[in-house]
Design a binder for this molecule. Structure first.
Ligand SMILES: NC(=O)c1ccc[n+]([C@@H]2O[C@H](COP(=O)([O-])OP(=O)(O)OC[C@H]3O[C@@H](n4cnc5c(N)ncnc54)[C@H](O)[C@@H]3O)[C@@H](O)[C@H]2O)c1
Ligand SMILES: C[N+](C)(C)CC=O
Length: 493
């Protein structure tokens, strides 16, 4: 399999013919080659998107027509969910069940935004100036750069592609260089559905080569980025050159608060799911457990016993619960954090090393890891590890739980487990996070906005606001129409 760039309606290799081998993280086998785009390729793609926006009819056709084309792409994703899920598991190592769930979510995102396409007809507002009218309309922003990470390759792309297109923008997408396969497949669907040349462009390659051009270019009007906080800061700086709009979906260090009155079995299940789902490579992973002191020992004992039994393996094996990390480099980064936790004096209660099993030797596996006796100011508690590593702290009051939960630079998501409705609502209202789950962890869906407080970023994806992010707001004021006699006197003057 070989994937190419899609620029101005044509599939092309990189201008310098360079390619990259795409690796299955379960066994390090090469599963595809991908054209490795250059700065010039990015410039050409931006030019195509600029021309399609400035001179083409895409922004001007009825929104319902754009919505229908986006719906057709969603239908293709639904029809080919198994093939897409297979590719996603090969590329990321996540379980096939997770990939199938992702594909269902992705199709729904296309359907949801397609349904919103023609629902906003603008707004007539009251003008304080006699005999005048005022209306407010939303228009597309222009050319959008979209940059995505490797952990949910097509899902994070879908959250950007569908609303941008429905709103009438043109775009250049850059998926992670590690996981381009499913995103490239969906660009085949754009071609089959008949999107005009230049409206959708795909440039594969690295962040330093392609991503930097997409962030800096003065021909781009908006950059939407999902990824790490340090990259997000660079993109903010690069985007400042022409004051382009920015949306940043960054990392998290998400607290999971468990009160003693929570349903014990549910809270244990969800605490494990929160942090070990997709080997902890989830922006909203519940990697900080805050458990009420009175149940700490019993709760942690249950977690450790279960964590020891989590079955690692090939994402295509139905009996496994978690796959590998994405790369050797990323696993080393997580291992460095485990060493930091040890050096800081946290107690390694389980895991912390690569599994011994022969069949896992070629994959980038790491055992589910739990640190107890954690202190709030430890780096292992404060910084995003993005792997299967849980830290455990205790609290004795609601106020202490809220204060500890809020005390990081991040504000992406968090959860509270309790059987008391009033307590749950109170805690939810105090958490400085874009998403709060009560007695659950992880649900997200197309109808609900997603995004972070604080250094987890700004802007929102999904929901009605996720479409608005891709629009400019214009106020059109009309004075009383001139009468014929006024026009005659103006002409005489
Ligand atoms: N908030 C969310 O919804 C959300 C969702 C998924 C992942 N994430 C975050 O993503 C991170 C993991 O993903 P990652 O390792 O791929 O992140 P990353 O920041 O390393 O890379 C993300 C993307 O940015 C590109 N990039 C790298 N350097 C760039 C530069 N200088 N200019 C422009 N683009 C550049 C990469 O090639 C990739 O496509 C975690 O921090 C995770 O929390 C956040
Ligand atoms: C946004 N989400 C939860 C789908 C993926 C985060 O990494």
């Amino acid at each position: 399999m070989h994937v190419q760039l899609f620029i101005n309606g044509k599939w092309v290799d990189a201008e310098n013919q360079q390619t990259r081998s795409i690796i299955n993280p379960f066994n390090q086998e090469s599963i595809a080659t991908a054209a490795e785009g250059t700065k010039n390729d990015a410039v050409r793609a931006i030019h195509a998107a600029r021309t399609a926006f400035d001179e083409g009819n895409w922004p001007h056709i009825p929104a319902s027509e754009r919505g229908e084309m986006v719906r057709l792409v969603g239908q293709k994703i639904k029809d080919q969910r198994e093939e897409l899920a297979h590719l996603e598991t090969l590329d990321t190592g996540k379980t096939l069940e997770e990939s199938l769930g992702d594909m269902d979510d992705i199709a729904n995102v296309f359907f949801y935004f397609s349904g919103l396409a023609d629902k906003d007809g603008g707004e007539i507002i009251e003008s304080p100036i006699p005999d005048s009218t005022s209306k407010v309309v939303r228009e597309p922003i222009g050319v959008c750069s979209q940059i995505t990470p490797w952990n949910y390759p097509l899902l994070q792309a879908a959250w950007k592609l569908a609303p941008a297109l429905v709103a009438g923008n043109t775009l250049v997408m850059k998926p992670s260089e590690l996981t381009p396969l499913t995103t490239a497949k969906v660009f085949e669907f754009f071609e089959e559905v008949g999107f005009p040349d230049g409206v959708v462009n795909l440039v594969l390659g690295t962040g330093t080569e392609v991503g930097s051009v997409l962030s800096e270019s003065h021909n781009v009007d908006l950059v939407s980025f999902t990824g790490g906080i340090e990259t997000g800061k660079k993109i903010m700086q690069a985007a400042s050159g022409n004051v382009k709009k920015i949306a940043l979906e960054l990392g998290g260090k998400n607290p999971n608060i468990v009160f003693a009155d929570a349903d014990f079995a549910t809270a244990v299940d969800q605490a494990l799911n929160a942090v070990f789902f997709h080997a902890g490579q989830v922006c909203s992973a519940g990697s900080r457990l805050l458990v009420e002191e009175s149940i700490h020992d019993e709760f942690v004992h249950a977690l450790i016993e279960r964590a020891k039994r989590i079955k690692l393996g090939n994402g295509f094996d139905e009996s496994i619960e978690s796959g590998p990390l994405i790369s050797a480099e990323h696993r080393s980064r997580v291992e460095r954090y485990i060493q930091i936790g040890l050096d800081e004096g946290a107690t390694l209660a389980v895991g912390g090393k690569r599994p011994d099993a022969d069949e896992l030797k070629n994959g980038f596996f790491l055992e589910p890891t739990i640190f107890t006796n954690c202190k709030h100011d430890m780096r292992i508690v404060q910084e995003e590890v993005f792997g299967p590593v849980l830290t455990v702290e205790t609290f004795t009051s609601k106020e202490e739980a809220i204060a500890k939960a809020n005390d990081t630079i991040y504000g992406l998501a968090g959860a509270v487990f309790t059987s008391r409705y009033d307590k749950a609502e109170h805690v939810a209202s105090k958490l400085r996070m874009g998403t709060v789950w009560i007695n659950d962890f992880h649900p997200y869906f197309a109808q609900a906005p997603w995004g972070g407080y604080k250094q987890s970023g700004f802007g929102r994806e999904l929901g009605k606001i996720g479409l608005e992010e891709y629009t400019e707001v214009k106020h059109i004021f009309r004075n009383k129409p001139a009468t014929t006699s006024q026009l005659v006197s103006i002409l005489k003057d």
